[in-house]
Ligand binder design. Sequence first.
Ligand SMILES: Cc1cc2nc3c(=O)[nH]c(=O)nc-3n(C[C@H](O)[C@H](O)[C@H](O)COP(=O)(O)O)c2cc1C
Length: 184
Amino acid sequence: MTRIGIIIGSTRPGRNGEAVAKWVHEIASQRSDVEFELVDLLDYKLPHLDEAMPPSLGQYSQPHTREWAAKIASFDGFVMVTPEYNHSTSGVLKNAIDYLYAEWNNKAIGFVSYGSVGGTRAVEHLRLVAGELQMADVRSQVALSLFTDFENFSVFRPSDLHLDGLNTMLDQVMSWSNALASLR
Ligand SMILES: Cc1cc2nc3c(=O)[nH]c(=O)nc-3n(C[C@H](O)[C@H](O)[C@H](O)COP(=O)(O)O)c2cc1C
């Protein structure tokens, strides 16, 4: 069965990312023939990148790298749920991405972002990163506003209009994950 990982890109105490990712997971899990799993970076104690060899060589020396690599390798595609920090994604998500290489290759990726202008600048940066990792980034994305999709900037209340966008993005991630299966 196709497996899609939904990665929570924030580890901050009081983070909004967890509620957003759980919403994505709840909607996504209504689909059949595909398995969605939440991947919480808090569960993977990845320090600042501490591997001597470039990840593209796949020579992982640290137990935390091997555990992270095994988890990411188990998926056919991804949804990244990213905050916007200083017009980019979070440092913790970028660090987690940088740990690996082959485990990301030839897989589809879709984005759900949030911030004062929907986190769109974070996603633009992530699309550049996805290109280097040989990932197929789908066009549709969900951009949630801190002003209209959260109460007091902290209680997640997504407006219904995002459902269509989310489902379109999930459709695209599914199609491209399946289409790329022969390359993996
Ligand atoms: C270090 C930092 C930088 C931020 N920079 C931006 C920014 O450039 N643009 C923006 O729209 N929001 C920015 N914000 C607001 C965050 O998008 C908002 O707090 C969001 O909830 C953070 O995600 P999290 O709660 O899951 O950690 C920033 C927040 C932090 C903590």
